[in-house]
Design a binder for this molecule. Structure first.
Ligand code: FAD
Length: 400
């Protein structure tokens, strides 16, 4: 399936082929195309957006099965919101959940964040709540958290916003007019100084795509899985960066109820340490839609279960949080990012010793391969992916 206006035969050679139509891949292709280069985007799934995944078939309201929030009023992605003329709403209270930490002494290179904070004598009840949305402190690089300001991230009041008609609305300004080959899974990247030949599994059968340069926006889980083979293999620094980075697990369970369940005065129920879930009410219309969210170790407790048991565990936790009996939902949905072969886990985190890995992966390979997207930013946001696609392709075009 092809989306977009510019159709070419598959035998043709492109200036640039972009692997992945997530936010980073679309931004990269947009920038290159706007500068007059011929570009094709090759996407394994039958939809664009990657980890930004709006489900419109489930209920009366669009449901975000991946990214849901714009973090802060100064995110670059507001320009896409404006271009798409999308409506947004402020979600719940500000993100500020911790006091600023004083970390004057820099961490050691391989030190984990828990060991570092212990070394500084900072008590656990003052640690930033990173495990709510990601992995526990001992799984993080202290150096990365320190250098990228993450120890203090939670101490800055920051408002979160939701796109009312679905987060995927912000994809249209990026995707319009691009040649995007959906349901085209790249299996092998043959590369040399002369360019790339991609071996691709398409619905119509195997095919090849040729280009002078290749932008790679594969998520870290896919890069680590080895499902996409590089031939010859990548340079040592790039392979080491892929080995060193990791991804968390994340779980959203979405329930639709035919009567009000959520307290009228609350939109969000804060993190419950015992169950590991955060709950929020997505819609108070009839039907009411409630989301249960868990990440990292909290998510893994659920993802070890069958899907049926996950839904039951989420409902039980909701009943406990509300201290009420909860009716059976009339509909429900979820997405398993860990089992999804085109993500192989949810978003990125930077483990001890990996603080240099995002920059190492972002280094162009012989002016032919350019990695972009989440693994090269070390961030795990839509905004980070958006900026990465533009910055990375500015670098590519400077090499021409
Ligand atoms: C559950 C969840 C909640 C999140 N919540 C938020 C949030 O609230 N706010 C926020 O800012 N961010 C959030 N994020 C993170 C954010 O969605 C990502 O950081 C961002 O979307 C990454 O974009 P990307 O383009 O770098 O990668 P991706 O979106 O992963 O795009 C990579 C693309 O490559 C494609 N691909 C994979 N394998 C192949 C192959 N073999 N051949 C061709 N194509 C392939 C994939 O299908 C995908 O489209 C969340 C993520 C998840 C999973």
């Amino acid at each position: 399936m092809t989306v977009g206006a510019s159709f070419r035969t598959l035998g043709e050679r492109w200036d640039v082929v972009v692997i992945g139509a997530g936010v980073a891949g679309l931004s990269a292709a947009r920038n290159l195309s706007d500068h007059g280069l011929s570009v094709v985007v090759v996407e394994a799934r039958d939809r664009i957006g990657g980890q930004l995944y709006t489900d419109r078939g489930f209920t009366s309201v669009p449901v975000e099965l991946g990214a849901g929030l714009i973090h802060g009023r100064d995110a670059y992605t507001w320009e896409l919101v404006a271009e798409a003329e999308a409506e947004t709403v402020l979600v719940g209270p500000s993100d500020q959940t911790a006091d600023p930490l004083s970390t004057p002494e820099p961490p050691h290179d391989g030190e984990d964040a828990a060991a570092y904070l212990n070394r500084l004598g900072i008590p656990e009840d003052r640690w930033p709540p990173v495990s709510i949305d990601n992995e526990p402190m001992h799984r993080w690089s202290a150096r990365w958290m320190h250098d990228s300001g993450l120890f203090d991230w939670w101490s800055t009041p920051r408002e979160n916003f939701r796109v009312v008609d679905g987060y995927d609305r912000i994809l249209s300004p990026l995707a319009h007019g691009l040649d995007i080959r959906l349901s085209h899974a790249v299996r092998r990247v043959h590369w040399s100084d002369r360019g790339v030949v991609l071996s691709v599994d398409a619905l119509e059968g195997p095919t090849e795509i040729r280009a002078d340069r290749c932008v790679i926006t594969l998520p870290i889980g896919v890069l680590k899985s080895g499902d996409v083979v590089f031939s010859p293999e990548l340079p040592d620094d790039h392979r080491e960066a892929i080995r060193a980075l990791d991804r968390t697990d994340a779980l959203k369970l979405v329930y639709e109820f035919d009567r009000p369940v959520f307290p009228a005065e609350e939109d969000v129920l804060g993190w419950d340490e015992d169950t590991g879930f955060v709950f929020w009410c997505l819609s108070r219309e009839d039907p009411e839609v409630v989301v249960a969210w868990a990440a990292g170790e909290n998510a893994r407790r659920s993802t070890a279960m069958t899907v049926e048991d996950r839904f039951t565990a989420g409902l039980t936790a909701l009943a406990e949080a509300l201290d009420e009996t909860i009716p059976e939902p009339v509909a429900r949905t979820t997405h398993d990012w860990a089992m999804d072969e085109f993500s192989a886990g949810a978003y990125l985190f930077v483990p001890p010793g990996a603080h240099d890995a995002p920059a190492a992966l972002a280094a162009p390979v012989r002016g032919v391969l350019y990695f972009m997207g989440e693994p090269t930013t070390g961030e795990n946001t839509v905004e980070g992916a958006y900026v990465s696609g533009y910055d990375g392709t500015d670098l590519l075009m400077a090499d021409l």
